[in-house]
Design a protein around this ligand. Structure first.
Ligand SMILES: Cc1cc2nc3c(=O)[nH]c(=O)nc-3n(C[C@H](O)[C@H](O)[C@H](O)COP(=O)(O)OP(=O)(O)OC[C@H]3O[C@@H](n4cnc5c(N)ncnc54)[C@H](O)[C@@H]3O)c2cc1C
Length: 715
């Protein structure tokens, strides 16, 4: 077995070894060790509270109980434990606070892969389970522990969680993203989308620069903790790139408005049309009593193409995508050109293309220097663009902007071929000599990336910048190198995602609170919190297998080409409830495969065909197959370290369930004489076969229990 990474788990192994070795002779030291072992096991099992560490501390002192009597082994153990608890205090504390063990060594606290993949650490299995039961408002409450914008994220998140979803090993990942949007919309429309209780104002003021997702997230958590928060925002609208980047056909403005209003209702003040460093200064804000600053200004400057003619035709047909999308978002509905060419291959390029189409462009072409499969844009976004009529020109390298002196007329390009450089797996586009041609265009939109606009931040003399022009922070707490100044979102990561900005904003809020309370900042990354251990939803194996990820209903294509109406229409309620039930509950079953091993190797039955968790035997997973061979002996359940697979007897049946999925149910037989439960027939046959010649379990004609058989034999 590999050495455990988790200090909690390795301390359990260490103490068990010490106790088993027999070296620890002194009875009092043994009792102390046993007591500490029990307490640490409780931490590892999720049955501990904050008093546990205190109690362990006190017990360690007791190894010194009686200087003469104290044995050296006990003192050694005490010394070792003291060292571990000092060095790894944060990890022990984190087990207590989060209910998760990041290294998965503490099996009962092994977190689900989706939760670990989420940059905001949302407790996904719990909220899916609640949505499955129709408890949308409760689901939103769980999500908002880590993400104050569930509705927004339900529509635009890049869903790293779905990439890690274990259900994909059976068929397709659970549609986690959209379930969140449904629950938020439903809870909002029923008036059940509520803010949690807020701490009373503590008299401390925090200034947040930027009302994008990072700034909003930090403001929400700070306001809940009792801080007075003011957001300085240069635009006339909140949301940052949510509002002025992501087009409204993907994210309706009302969704942002409603979730921002929830944050404002906590007392967060947003000063619009106010640019930090111009309209307000660090000095003026300090004079007003702001003691901590959170920089969340995003990355709003676009890289230029660096090709001939770009500067000449800037504003005369050449525009960058961020500026173009911002103008449209703020009300400019003019079509950028009749024939639009967009340069780039990411989501921003796709957004600019689909927006141009909706504004009335006759032709829209995305020019990308690699091929479709190398495009960084989300595949669904590419497909939607294709459906709407966006064209793609792959292996295209722009070389110059062509024009008639007054405006753009085309884009000069070269064909590219992809070559693999030595020591690299990536394919690089290289121009093919003599392949030059012109793409006709009266608008050229560049979408090749953004960087941070540092103008106005000069007053923060203590912050350090990375070589990429982003703000340097300690990622565990988003603290910059200037005292009392924190930063997160795109300003730190470079252009990234909404959920990363939200996660960073929350970490910063917690760090700002520690800053005010003069508490040390964490050294290890925060482990996501498991808020509940929701009961699994029960259903037959056939249902679990039959449920399929629903197709997203879309607005008809004609409207999509001409209107900014939301393109994805959303699932129906029935689709949502069923989709939530496809979740395999990886927060409970950590897929250790013990059940499979026991059934196959120890019992010789092999009824559990779960290829999704058994990489050595990658058979197709089919929960329905279990009942064909399973004898409901219960060996799997008895060996499951996390009670994920359970066996129970109810209403005359023995039932085997894996996280609620009913794998098998068999009728119980009873002793015909005393009515004691004997077990299902298949199980009794198995026992009979195994005990031939050892014991006679059943009467040849009558079904009797062991005791009645013995009684009968005595007559
Ligand atoms: C077109 C486009 C589409 C995208 N699509 C997606 C998507 O589908 N899914 C996804 O997850 N991510 C997407 N992203 C990325 C995502 O929007 C960003 O990663 C996210 O918004 C970053 O959040 P932030 O809070 O760090 O910054 P921003 O959202 O950029 O917000 C920064 C705010 O700070 C303000 N500001 C800047 N400087 C100052 C100053 N000096 N004074 C006052 N205010 C200032 C800005 O006006 C802005 O409101 C997209 C980005 C773009 C451009």
């Amino acid at each position: 077995m590999d050495k455990p990474l988790c200090p909690v788990h390795s301390t359990i192994l260490y103490l068990s070894d010490q106790l088993d070795s027999g070296k620890l002779k002194d009875p009092k030291s043994r009792r102390i060790s046993e007591h500490i072992l029990r307490l640490i096991e409780e931490i590892s099992n999720g049955h501990a509270d904050k008093e546990h560490l205190h109690a362990i501390d006190e017990l360690i002192e007791e190894y010194h109980h009686d200087k003469e009597a104290a044995d050296s082994v006990g003192l050694e153990i005490g010394k070792h434990l003291r060292e571990v608890l000092t060095k790894d205090h944060e990890t022990f504390q984190s087990h207590l606070e989060t209910g998760n063990c990041a290294s998965m060594d503490c099996i009962r606290l092994a977190p689900s892969p989706c939760q670990m993949a989420c940059p905001a650490g949302i407790d996904i299995p719990t909220y899916l389970s609640l949505i499955g039961e129709g408890k949308d408002a409760e689901a939103i409450e769980v999500i908002r522990h880590d993400n104050p914008l569930p509705w927004v994220c339900g529509l635009v998140c890049t869903r790293p969680c779905e990439l890690m979803c274990v259900r994909a090993r059976i068929d397709t990942p659970v549609s986690i993203k959209f379930l969140k949007a449904f629950a938020a919309e439903k809870a909002m429309s029923l008036g059940q989308y509520k803010n949690p209780p807020q701490e009373p104002l503590n008299g401390k003021k925090v200034c947040v620069i930027g009302a994008g997702p990072a700034g909003l997230s930090a403001s929400y958590y700070l306001a809940l903790m009792g801080y007075q928060v003011r957001i300085i925002e240069s635009l006339p609208v909140p949301g940052g790139m949510l509002m002025v980047g992501i087009p409204r056909y993907r994210l309706p403005r009302e969704v942002i408005d409603r979730e921002v209003a929830m944050i404002e209702s906590l007392g967060v003040e947003i000063c619009y049309n106010t640019r930090f460093g111009k309209d307000v200064t660090l000095d003026s804000l300090r004079k007003e009593g702001f003691e901590a600053f959170f920089i969340a200004i995003g990355a709003h400057k676009s890289y230029t193409l660096g090709i001939e003619g770009e500067d000449t035709y800037k504003g005369k047909g050449v525009i960058d995508s961020v500026e173009f999308l911002r103008r449209v978002a703020l009300g400019d509905r003019r079509v950028p050109g009749r024939r639009v060419v967009i340069i780039g291959g990411g989501n921003v390029a796709i957004d600019a293309a689909r927006t141009s189409l909706r504004l009335g462009a006759e032709s829209v072409t995305i020019a990308y220097r690699r091929t479709r499969s190398e495009m960084p844009a989300d595949i669904e976004e590419i497909e939607h663009a294709e459906e709407e009529g966006v064209e793609f020109s792959f292996l295209t390298i722009p070389t110059a902007v062509d024009g008639d002196g007054k405006k753009t007329t085309g884009l000069k390009c070269l064909r590219a071929e992809l070559i693999r450089k030595e020591d690299s797996d990536r394919l690089y586009p290289v121009p093919v000599e003599g392949s030059d041609y012109i793409m006709e265009a009266d608008a050229i939109i560049s979408a090749i990336g953004q960087f941070v606009d540092v103008e106005g931040l000069e007053a923060f003399t203590g912050i350090k910048w990375t070589r990429r022009g982003t703000i340097e922070v300690k990622h565990t707490c988003m603290e910059t190198s200037e005292d009392g100044v924190f930063a997160a979102g795109d300003a730190v990561t470079g252009p990234a995602t909404v959920i990363e900005a939200i996660g960073g904003g929350k970490r910063a809020a917690e760090a700002i609170d520690r800053y005010f309370n003069k508490m040390p900042q964490p050294r290890i990354p925060k482990v996501p919190v498991r808020y509940r251990r929701e009961k699994s939803i029960e259903m037959p194996a056939s249902t679990k297998m039959a449920l399929k990820r629903p197709e997203m209903p879309m607005l008809n294509i004609e409207r999509r080409r001409i209107m900014f109406q939301q393109a994805e229409l959303g699932y129906t309620e029935n689709m949502v409830r069923e989709e939530a039930r496809r979740c395999l509950r990886c927060d409970i079953c950590r897929r250790c495969g013990k059940c499979i091993d026991v059934c196959r190797d120890k019992m010789g039955i092999g009824a559990l065909k779960f290829g999704y968790m058994d990489f050595d035997h990658p058979v197709e997973t089919d929960f329905r197959k279990t009942s064909e061979t399973c004898i409901t002996c219960g060996a799997c359940a008895a060996n499951c370290p996390n009670e994920a697979i359970v066996i129970e007897e109810k209403n005359g049946e023995r039932i085997l369930k894996l996280c609620g999925t009913i794998l098998n149910r068999q009728k119980l037989l009873y002793c015909e004489s005393c009515n004691a439960v004997l077990g299902p027939a298949k199980y009794l046959d198995y026992v009979k076969d195994k005990t031939v010649g050892v014991a006679k379990v059943l009467d040849q004609k009558r079904t009797l229990c062991g005791a009645c058989l013995r009684k009968k034999g005595a007559f």
